[in-house]
Design a protein around this ligand. Structure first.
Ligand SMILES: Nc1ncnc2c1ncn2[C@@H]1O[C@H](COP(=O)(O)OP(=O)(O)OP(=O)(O)O)[C@@H](O)[C@H]1O
Ligand SMILES: [Mg+2]
Length: 419
């Protein structure tokens, strides 16, 4: 989860919202106010207080996550935001309009033009082709066909499905269908997207792809997104801020840093204790400087001597501007010496694993499978910034986490400064 200071004014404001399903609404809320828990109230009044006194704001362009265990009220709260559920008490402002008390015709307009929703089950129309599914919302809005087609194709390109526009839905795999669902939400004119566990039915690999895709696209189009999940890793990866829900109440509201470092209750503590550090820590946390390397225009003899002195079996090779070209192992360098070569130009092995310093550490893990060589850390111009070795990787993931447990998370966080 990334903090953004650029976030602007609130676009959604939820104030003192409660939702009771059942008859004895007033009595149930009264009991909740007097401090009785959700399930006691349920037994006593035969009604469910699905949401109790929720307050939060979502800023323009923000991805805001609602997280909590099953039954904690996430979907109900999300549905209050587009009027699918009418709160028993409280107000939901979309800019200056109170959605909670809006006439149904006006509400319909808001749903069409301002707030879109993506469900777990993507709800595609099987008889239509891909692009007609993507542009369905626009069709309902009466957008002309040529504009629809352009928007639809742009959205399909964003989700990596260009070329599939005229296929039938049943010709696509489950993961591709999910992308069509995402494309449809993106193609819409609505500025706000409500997403209720959109990826939870997917298998873990496709799910990760979709999360990455979501982040890429969101970086580009910056809609306001309210995202429901019960997966903390997903919440921390995708959201700028999150509200943690329990039994209908928001028990904590904040950034990843807030939630990880200062869990407000034992419930939140339990949620965060299994958090996957490799997703939150960045590659640069395991990076060390590359002290010994070679330039491609150096003499093989000089390089060989340097490698022997430093007991290195291979070196990174750079051009004059410090761009990474690849690596050479010591046998290859010795061979170049035997053949009286003047330099290393054209002899470098370019098959090298590279990452950027700001990717999650997790993404570097697969690069170490069957690979003893360090992973190079390069900037966007491919200049070498440092390297990650198996040892520094393991140290970053284990020793420092242990230190965190020993010292207390807060001081640890200040020390490493990058969670
Ligand atoms: N239409 C309804 N009628 C009666 N009770 C409902 C209704 N919808 C939800 N509830 C109750 O409200 C509470 C919150 O449900 P909600 O679906 O919002 O939870 P959730 O956090 O989305 O759970 P999940 O993770 O399982 O989707 C639950 O106790 C549920 O039983
Ligand atoms: Mg739900």
């Amino acid at each position: 989860m990334e903090q953004k200071s650029r976030l602007a004014e609130p676009i959604i404001r939820v104030t003192n919202v409660s939702k009771v399903f059942g008859r004895q609404k007033e009595q149930a809320l009264e009991l909740r106010r007097s401090g009785q828990g959700k399930y006691m109230v349920e037994q006593e009044t035969k009604t469910t207080v699905a949401i109790f006194d929720a307050n939060f704001e979502v800023k323009k362009g923000e991805t805001f996550v609602l997280i909590g265990l099953s039954g904690s009220g996430k979907s109900t709260l999300l549905r209050c935001l587009n009027g699918l559920v009418e709160p028993t008490e409280g107000m939901v402002f979309l800019e200056n309009d109170d959605i909670a008390h809006m006439a149904s015709r006006q509400l319909q307009q808001v749903r069409r033009n301002k707030i879109g929703m993506v469900f777990q089950n993507v709800g595609l129309l099987p008889n239509r082709n891909v692009i007609d599914n993507v542009t369905f919302g626009l069709e309902i809005q009466g957008v002309p066909a040529n504009i629809r087609e352009k928007k639809g194709k742009d959205a399909l390109e964003l989700v990596g499905l260009n070329g599939q526009a005229y296929k039938r839905i049943y010709e696509l795999s489950g993961g591709m269908q999910q992308r069509v669902g995402l494309a449809r939400a993106l193609a819409s004119n609505q500025e706000i997207l409500l997403m209720d566990e959109p990826f939870s039915a997917l298998d873990p690999l496709i799910r990760r792809d979709m999360q990455k895709l979501f982040l890429d696209i969101q970086g580009e189009i910056q809609k306001t997104v309210i995202f429901v999940t019960h997966d903390l890793d997903e919440a921390l990866t995708l959201g700028h801020r999150a509200a943690v829900m329990r039994d209908g109440e928001i028990v904590q509201l904040g950034t990843a840093e807030d939630i990880l470092s200062q869990p407000a209750t034992d419930y939140v503590k339990q949620l965060v204790q299994d958090v996957d550090y490799s997703k939150i820590r960045l590659a640069k946390s395991a990076m060390i400087p590359v002290e010994i390397f070679a330039y491609e225009n150096e003499s093989p003899q000089v390089v060989l001597r340097r490698m022997k002195t430093n007991e290195l079996s291979s070196v990174f090779v750079l051009d004059k501007q410090h761009h990474l070209l690849g690596f050479l192992d010591i046998h290859k360098v010795a061979e170049l010496v035997d053949f009286h070569k003047q330099n290393l130009i054209g002899k470098v092995d370019g098959q090298i694993q590279c990452v950027h310093p700001d990717v999650p550490l997790r993404e570097t893990l697969p690069l170490f499978i069957n690979n003893d060589f360090p992973v190079a850390v390069v900037d966007h111009q491919n200049r070498l910034e440092g390297m990650i070795t198996q040892n520094t990787l393991i140290a970053s993931l284990t020793e420092q986490i242990k230190a965190a447990e020993e010292k207390g998370f807060e001081s640890y966080q200040m020390e490493v400064g990058q969670i």
